[in-house]
Design a protein around this ligand. Structure first.
Ligand SMILES: NC(=O)c1ccc[n+]([C@@H]2O[C@H](COP(=O)([O-])OP(=O)(O)OC[C@H]3O[C@@H](n4cnc5c(N)ncnc54)[C@H](O)[C@@H]3O)[C@@H](O)[C@H]2O)c1
Ligand SMILES: O=C(O)C(=O)C[C@]1(C(=O)O)C=C[C@@H](O)C=C1
Length: 381
């Protein structure tokens, strides 16, 4: 159903630092478009920016995502990246295919079948124009929107799905893969409907679950909320996402989502009836099964690059919440020649200290703890 391209298969390797040649036009310069622009600009490519919102365009240019395309300027881009909201993506792609007759055009919207179906039914598009289009979806994002939140490294080591349709040309597919490779993503081929089924489970259900859980907090007492720890923060981060985007994603992928919601509804009904009488025969076993299934599902989430799940060892360090501390700590970890696999920081409520959790390969934690203790860091045992 899906296939991860090998790096050396991503595009004809050249001695150049990038697979793309440019120029690249990014249409829609919000979080994703500006992140694409930033990453490509940093890779040395010439990037132009266009957005109906003058402020989104200006901020994208200011953060370094490229140059605003002057109105009326003639451009012959190698690639147009459409990074507009899902509702208007097909229209933006269609316009780009007609405006730029030599360009490959990709979109990066979170849903794929509905957009392809609109394009295939578009009476203004010829098969030659359609052959230059490839649907894609980077599995990278943030709970924030707009170009001010853009990150050039957003895509590094994350899957980026390429949902080429039957009529897509080899050149178009190769160019889409070059885009992914230049931004450090992991290109993964899938057909559009399989993609939509997959993201219903691994992206849309998490968003719905986080939003439903966070909505329970609306009527909570502030004294209750003051007790919030990592459990609540971990499970609700994406509840801060832009509702305008998610309304569109859910509406475009509704048939794929409903089955998962019904499955969850069954589990919730079962849990409610178990908890109504937790001393009934079999009730605790039922709870054990439910949590066991959760453990087993969680263990199936792969590590980056589609590698098997890997659990890292964590070294926890208390740091003063003052400027420069984290930079100093990271430098000391780097100087110890120990690879940092992940980093997470929590601020203690109302206290001028933070807790930094440094993930390293299992077996490396004792060495790192020793090094940091020798350097007078407060390592939490
Ligand atoms: N946010 C994420 O985590 C994420 C991740 C992967 C893919 N995506 C997809 O990326 C796309 C953009 O999402 P985002 O998070 O950057 O949203 P955003 O709100 O940050 O940016 C969207 C931008 O599109 C512009 N826009 C609106 N109508 C347009 C039009 N007709 N033509 C050109 N531009 C137009 C807006 O002015 C805005 O600047 C969406 O299709 C989304 O599904 C988002
Ligand atoms: O990390 C996040 O903020 C995201 O939710 C990003 C996320 C996801 O992983 O589900 C959300 C929607 C996109 O279409 C792709 C990525």
């Amino acid at each position: 159903m899906s296939e991860v391209f090998k790096d050396d298969d991503a595009a004809a390797a050249t001695s150049a630092a990038t697979y793309l040649v440019g120029p690249i036009l990014v249409v829609g310069t919000g979080l994703l478009g500006a992140s694409v622009g930033l990453g490509l600009t940093r890779a040395g490519l010439e990037v132009y920016l266009q957005d109906p919102s003058p402020s989104a365009q200006q901020i994208a240019q200011d953060v370094g995502a490229g140059r605003i395309l002057p109105v009326g300027e003639k451009l012959s881009p190698e690639l147009v990246v459409c990074a507009a909201p899902p509702d208007v993506t097909a229209r933006v792609v269609s316009q780009a295919l007609r405006d730029y007759p030599h360009a490959v055009v990709v979109d990066i919207a979170s849903v794929k079948s509905s957009i392809l179906n609109q394009l295939l039914a578009d009476p203004q598009l010829t098969s030659e124009q359609l052959s230059r289009y490839v649907g894609t979806h980077p599995m990278s994002g943030r709970e924030k929107s707009g170009p001010a939140a853009a990150r050039g490294e957003l895509f590094v080591a994350n899957p980026w799905v390429i949902t080429a349709h039957d009529g897509a040309s080899e050149r178009a597919i190769r160019t889409a893969r070059s885009l992914v490779a230049d931004l450090g993503g992991v290109p993964t081929a899938m057909d559009p409907l399989s993609h939509d089924h997959a993201v219903a489970l691994v992206s849309h259900m998490p968003q719905i679950t986080a939003s439903l859980l966070a909505s329970r907090l609306l009527n909570a007492e502030s004294s209750q909320l003051a007790l919030a720890g990592n459990g609540l923060r971990d499970t609700t981060r994406i509840a801060a996402s832009d509702p305008r985007l998610w309304i569109q994603i859910l509406a475009h992928n509704a048939p794929q989502i409903v089955g998962h919601l019904e499955g969850m509804q069954e589990d919730i009904d079962r849990l409610i009836s178990t908890l109504k009488d937790p001393s009934a025969d079999g009730a605790l076993l039922d709870l054990a099964e439910l949590f066991g299934e959760g453990n087993a599902g969680h263990a199936r989430i792969p590590g980056k690059h589609g590698a098997p799940p890997q659990s890292f060892a964590v070294v926890t360090v208390l740091v003063d919440d003052t400027p420069g501390q984290i930079a100093r700590l990271l430098k000391d970890v780097g100087d110890a020649n120990i690879n940092l696999e992940d980093l997470r920081m929590d601020h203690a409520n109302g206290r001028p200290v933070g807790m930094v959790e440094i993930s390293v390969l299992p077996g490396k934690e004792a060495e790192l703890e020793q090094v940091l203790q020798n350097l007078k860091w407060r390592v939490v045992k």
